[in-house]
Design a protein around this ligand. Structure first.
Ligand code: GLV
Length: 387
């Protein structure tokens, strides 16, 4: 392929380089994948207002997200198994984000551990927390994120139980891969990936193995995680998490105005309008469609971010025009990582920035902070929940 021009080029490259079970893990949604698809297609419904003959010089996409200065309002979302898209994936992605001046969020379910990522980066990153039944472990994880200098804690609220992803079941997903005939075939066709993976010691869930009693190897880990996501998670848990953490808090997985008001009441610094990239409740609306309703519900009580379906700088711009103070990319950076390691993530960030900057100019704006609903046509097209 000639030089990649956009995120979909990197998607195709990653598919050729990453073993199917891991590419599909990132590339899929739950059940029929209708929400996963809608996240992307709903962006097309928003139309941009073209302006001409205005001064487009001295442009800037800089702003802040949850109090952190960013070169553009695009953070790397927490994604599980990132170190299986490419050896040492979390470290490479964190380094790319740091150089670009955007936040990197490390998932609880990462391959590289919090300490490992901290040891290979200069600036603080964000840490994402899954609330597990084992509250001692969660408490220690929060302390570890603090000790590693993480500058924000992101609590995921929409995964008390796992949405069913058919591709993962069919592919027999596990990390590292179990040596079945099916997985051996998947690996045999990806020698470059295998070589890199043989060259690293980071091949299991780094935040968990060695930190939970009774979990020392892959099979005990599998049993532990399957029963650990907490179906009893409640808003009260946010209070003790906030107290234990004592720093900036971001709540992820809000898709309903009622929940958004609850999130604002916790005193968190930001919420993320999210349906987990269409990986949880299939049949739910897209995140971008729910953004206006949620912004109306919370007003200025809490900073509002959005993830899900962002594949270009134009999508970032549209989300900002609707009122989001920040956006997150998951799959786009994973495609870059899977295709070309750190250089791929660097390039995806560069592409998104260029698309954002050029689109902003063609909308007749010089500063990202000046974007608003006035840059969109028909911004009221979006769905409202049944009252
Ligand atoms: C975990 O965050 C997942 O969606 O698989």
């Amino acid at each position: 392929m000639s030089k990649p021009c956009d995120v979909s080029d990197y998607q195709r490259l990653a598919q050729k380089r990453v073993p199917r079970m891991f590419f599909d893990y990132a590339d899929s949604g739950s059940w029929t994948e209708s929400t996963y698809r809608r996240n992307e297609t709903d962006f097309q419904r928003l139309l941009l207002r073209q302006r001409v003959a205005v001064d487009m010089t001295r442009r800037s996409t800089a702003t802040s997200m949850a109090g952190d200065k960013v070169s553009m309002p695009v953070a790397l979302a927490p994604t599980g198994l990132t170190g299986m898209q490419h050896a040492d994936g979390e470290i490479l992605a964190a380094q790319a984000a740091e150089q670009f001046g955007v936040p990197f969020t490390l998932s609880t379910m990462s391959i590289c551990s919090i300490e490992d990522v901290a040891a290979h980066t200069q600036k603080p990153f964000w840490f994402q927390l899954y609330v597990m039944r084992d509250r001692d472990f969660i408490g220690r994880l929060i302390d570890r994120a603090k000790a590693a200098g993480c500058s924000a804690l992101m609590v995921t609220l929409d995964l008390q139980i796992l949405g069913q992803r058919h591709k993962d079941i069919r592919n027999g997903l596990s990390a590292p891969p179990k040596m079945t005939l099916n997985s051996l075939l998947q690996l045999a066709t990806r020698p470059h990936w295998c070589l890199k993976m043989l060259g690293t010691r980071r091949r299991g869930f780094g935040n968990i193995i060695g930190h939970v009693s009774g979990v020392s190897d892959l099979s005990s880990l599998g049993a532990w995680t399957a029963e650990q996501f907490d179906p009893q998670l409640s808003w009260d848990d946010i209070d003790w998490i906030r107290e234990r953490w004592g720093g900036k808090l971001i709540l992820k997985g809000i898709l309903d105005p009622e929940d958004a008001r609850m999130a604002a009441r916790t005193g968190a610094d930001a919420l993320i309008v999210s349906n987990h990239g269409g990986r949880q409740l299939d049949g739910a609306p897209s995140s971008i469609a729910m953004l206006p309703t949620i912004l109306d519900a919370v007003g200025d009580d809490i900073e509002v971010h959005v993830d899900g379906g962002i594949r270009s700088g134009q999508d970032v711009l549209k989300a900002v025009c609707l009122g989001a103070k920040g956006t997150y990319i998951g799959r786009p950076f994973l495609y870059g990582l899977g295709a070309a390691g750190k250089a791929g993530v660097d390039d995806v960030l560069r592409i998104l920035h260029q698309e954002l900057d050029t689109t902003m100019a063609l909308c007749g704006e010089r500063l990202l902070t000046n974007l608003g609903r006035h840059n969109l046509l028909e911004p009221t097209l979006f769905d409202r929940p049944v009252q």
